[in-house]
Design a protein around this ligand. Structure first.
Ligand code: HEC
Length: 136
């Protein structure tokens, strides 16, 4: 049998790594965005007010983020085209939100492209997440 140290330590390391890959706190998702946004000239932190404005305004197209996620992202949303119910975006009422980096990246990419015809900047994403995290 292998000594305990050689089997247990890699197993523990793997378990910790896997946990990280599966779930992260919304605060960690925000910290990642902050790290990216610091390269923006003049960056002075995220703003919930700016995030709310961004979320509720139209940009290049007819739709805003609120078109599907509603003016109250702490409540259920509804897809503007398919009418499918969308679970609330605010992490305070939906604990799964912003805990899976791959999912966050995928949907920011898709939704920003729909709304702005481009990717959102780290500043825009951080503002939106700060706004969503401010909702109770
Ligand atoms: C056409 C409808 C629609 C619009 C408009 C829309 N979304 Fe979404 N959004 C969805 C759907 C559908 C999902 C995936 C289903 C789900 O997670 O409930 C989603 C998921 C997300 C997620 C995933 C969050 C997570 O961790 O689970 C984020 C972030 C998001 N949207 C942000 C935005 C932002 C920011 C905008 C505006 C730029 C926006 N959405 C506009 C439909 C929309």
């Amino acid at each position: 049998m292998l000594p305990l140290k050689t089997t247990l330590i890699p197993a523990l390391a793997l378990a910790i790594f896997t946990m990280n890959a599966i779930a992260q706190a919304p605060q960690e998702t925000l910290a990642g965005l902050r790290q990216q946004a610091t390269t923006t000239p003049g960056f002075q932190g995220f703003s919930a007010t700016r995030g709310e404005q961004f979320f509720k305004s139209t940009h290049s197209n007819d739709w805003s983020c609120a078109t599907c996620h509603t003016q109250n992202p702490a409540a259920l949303g509804k897809h503007a085209k398919t009418y499918k119910v969308i679970q609330p975006l605010a992490p305070a009422v939906n604990t799964e939100r912003f805990t899976d980096q791959a999912k966050v990246d995928k949907w920011f990419k898709r939704n920003c492209n729909d709304i702005l015809d481009r990717a959102c900047t780290p500043l825009e994403k951080g503002d939106v997440l700060t706004y969503l995290m401010s909702l109770k």
